[in-house]
Design a protein around this ligand. Structure first.
Ligand SMILES: *Cc1c(COP(=O)(O)O)cnc(C)c1O
Length: 221
C-alpha cells in the first residue's frame, strides 16, 4: 500500500507556514514512512513504545519522533534517549518519571500536557483544575523538574459528527492555552486529526496529528 501523495502535498501546502504536520505512522510500514520521508516529511508520531523504538532504529536518524499515545510510566525509559516531543503527559507521576529519565539521558525532554476536552470518559488528560495547579504562576511543582520542558498543550475532541461540539472543545482548549501561554511560555497547541484538523486550525491549533488522510485507513489492530 502506498501513501496518498497528492493529499499529503495539498495538506502541507494548505496549513503552512504556521502549522506543523505530524504524520501519525502507527501501524504503518517502514517503507511507507520512508516514502513520506523522501517527500521531505520529518515529524512522525507513534502511539506504542515498542513500535516506536523498532522504527527509530530502522529509519533515518534525523526523523523527529513524537509520542502521542497513552504512555505507561515504566516504559518512559525506552523512548527517553531520543523522543522529540511527548504529547501525552497526563499525570504528574508520569511527568516526574520523564524528568528522571531525562536526567539519566542527560537531556531535557519536551512535553505537552494532555488536556481532557472530550465528552467521552475514555480520553486521558488533565482537567481545568489540575492544569491550573500545574501552570499557575505560583506553582512550583513543574518548574522544579529541570529535565522536562513544558512546551504546550494537547487535546482530542469528542469522536462525533457534531462539528459544533468539536469546535467548542477546540475553542475551550485554545482559551486554556492562552490563559497560561504568556507566563509559562507555551508555544505548541497540538489539536486536530484527519477528520477535524481544519476546525482545529481555525480554532488556533499550530500542530496537527494526521494519520489516515496521508496513509489511508489503518488496518484495525
Ligand atoms: C491515531 C491518532 C491520530 C491520527 O488519527 P487519524 O484520524 O488517522 O488522523 C492523532 N492523534 C492521536 C492521539 C492518535 O492516537
Amino acid at each position: 500500500m502506498a501513501i496518498n501523495k497528492d493529499t499529503y502535498l495539498q495538506l502541507i501546502e494548505s496549513v503552512k507556514p504556521n502549522v506543523t504536520v505530524v504524520a501519525v505512522s502507527k501501524t504503518q510500514s517502514v517503507e511507507n514512512i520512508l516514502e513520506l520521508y523522501n517527500l521531505g516529511q520529518r515529524h512522525f508520531g507513534e502511539n506504542y513504545v515498542q513500535e516506536l523504538t523498532d522504527k527509530q532504529q530502522r529509519l533515518p536518524k534525523d526523523i523527529l519522533w513524537h509520542f502521542i499515545g497513552h504512555l505507561q510510566t515504566n516504559k518512559v525509559k525506552f523512548i527517553a534517549p531520543f523522543v522529540h516531543l511527548i504529547h501525552s503527559a497526563d499525570s504528574f507521576k508520569l511527568i516526574t518519571e520523564i524528568n528522571k529519565q531525562g536526567q539519566r539521558n542527560n537531556r531535557i525532554i519536551d512535553i505537552l500536557l494532555q488536556v481532557h476536552i472530550a465528552k467521552e470518559e475514555t480520553k486521558f488528560g488533565f482537567d481545568k483544575t489540575e492544569l491550573h495547579e500545574l501552570l499557575d504562576a505560583d506553582s512550583q511543582a513543574l518548574r522544579a523538574l529541570k529535565n522536562v520542558h513544558t512546551r504546550g498543550l494537547m487535546g482530542m475532541a469528542s469522536f462525533t459528527p457534531d462539528k459544533d461540539l468539536i469546535r467548542t472543545e477546540f475553542h475551550y482548549l485554545k482559551q486554556l492555552f492562552d490563559t497560561y501561554a504568556v507566563n509559562t511560555q507555551l508555544e505548541t497547541l497540538s489539536m486536530g486529526m484527519s477528520s477535524d484538523y481544519l476546525l482545529a486550525v481555525e480554532e488556533g491549533s499550530n500542530l496537527v496529528r494526521i494519520g489516515s488522510l496521508i496513509f489511508g485507513e489503518r488496518r484495525k489492530a
